[in-house]
Design a binder for this molecule. Sequence first.
Ligand code: 2PG
Length: 201
Amino acid sequence: MGFLVLVRHGQSVANLANVFTGWLDVALTPQGEAEARQAGAKLRDFHFDQAYCSTLVRSKLTLTLILEQLHQATVPVHAADALRERMYGSLQGLNKAETIRRYGQPQVDRWRRGYEDAPPDGETLHHTQQRVVAYYEQEIAPQLRLGKHVLVVSHGNTLRALRMQLEHLSVAQVEALEIPTGGVRVYELTPMLTASRMYDL
Ligand SMILES: O=C(O)[C@@H](CO)OP(=O)(O)O
């Protein structure tokens, strides 16, 4: 039976500073590195055939630390632009609290969590979902259909978008979904890619 594990990267320096990140290529904090190792420890009973991450360093390093923790550093890794965080446009680099003071909580909530609301010059979650799901269908799903064990380390909004697809969430459900840094979600999959079990670790 195939399984798919989704992990959000550990805390980044921008997460700690409460700054909109998107495609900014920021490092993990020491806590973020510890969260990555903890995610690896939670996965100690899992063996992976294939792993995927984004081309951003916080995702790559989280994956490296997980595989090191598991003593599975030889698992083949693919880093894909399609798995990068939602592009946050001109919000990137701005402090979130300061942005709320300037534009108000309702507007910032829509930019951050609305499914069809684009941040200025940025991607909607819907657009992010189209590129992430296309990559999933082309690259990851064929591995899962073969019964492979696949690990994906990506970002808060890309994982919200992918989870909406995998779990058939409504717009209201995905708008309310929050994924913690270092969060681990497991799907046990039939050959038809129906989830027979899904759970957080
Ligand atoms: O800044 C970002 O890129 C994301 C994830 O950290 O933030 P938000 O929770 O606002 O979508």
